[in-house]
Design a protein around this ligand. Structure first.
Ligand SMILES: O=C([O-])CC(=O)C(=O)O
Ligand SMILES: [Mg+2]
Length: 216
């Protein structure tokens, strides 16, 4: 038996999707991609409510609010039309991103591991059972910093929807119960600094608060 409420404790992997909102691609002046660009974050980057986001020394870090999809059962080469059977539930997540490291990786062709995977880079809400969200494309994701709204986006703006992502990823990487897919951020991610308070949520579903600290 898997208790998906404990997805953080039992988490095996976190798979992120980059630039998966049409509105973000527009801002970035990028074409809609043919396939998703994916990356992995370690589960040691998880934090939950009341734990601190810690910015590593010398890093510049942005917040990105995202719909998290939590896998309910093992998925390998899943067809798109069966993919929703593998969704156990959802969460709201912050894909904290060290922009300094991602820029360096993009320009030098290096890896995203530090840019996406540092400790505390994946703050998440509690688990939301799948039945609680009958239509995952009607959700409003929001994120405020120090009480000022910074991001607001609708999941109907996703480029690759949840079944496509599960089908695509599971062709190459077996998905396991408690894995988390971060489906990408709407525009207006921005830098955060020590003592900032980040509040984030899915309207009428869940909200969660995190405080930001420097490493020392
Ligand atoms: O941070 C990035 O460069 C890409 C990303 O994760 C997103 O669009 O959600
Ligand atoms: Mg992201």
């Amino acid at each position: 038996m898997t208790n998906l409420d404990l997805f953080v404790e039992n988490g095996k992997k976190i798979i992120g999707v980059a630039a998966n909102y049409r509105s973000l691609l527009k801002v970035l002046k990028r074409e809609v991609p043919q396939v998703p660009e994916i990356f992995i974050k370690p589960t040691t980057s998880y934090i939950t409510e009341n734990e601190a986001i810690v910015i590593p020394n010398g890093f510049s870090v942005n917040q990105e609010v995202e719909l998290g999809v939590i896998i309910g059962k093992k998925a390998k080469r899943v067809k798109e039309n069966e993919a929703m059977d593998y969704v156990g539930g959802y969460c709201v997540a912050l894909d904290m991103t060290a922009t300094c490291k991602i820029k360096e990786a993009r320009s030098k062709g290096g890896s995203w591991t530090l840019g996406k995977g540092f400790d505390t880079a994946t703050p998440v809400s509690k688990f939301i059972p799948r039945s609680y969200i009958p239509d995952p494309y009607k959700l409003t994701l929001w994120c405020s910093v120090n009480g000022k709204m910074r991001q607001k986006g609708s999941t109907n703006d996703l480029v690759f929807n949840i079944p496509f992502l599960i089908s695509y990823i599971s062709k190459y990487i077996t998905l396991e119960p408690n894995d988390l897919i971060l489906t990408g951020s709407p525009p207006d991610m921005g830098p955060v600094k020590e003592n900032d308070v980040i509040e984030t949520g899915i309207t009428d579903v869940v909200e969660v608060k995190f405080k930001v600290f420097n490493e020392n």
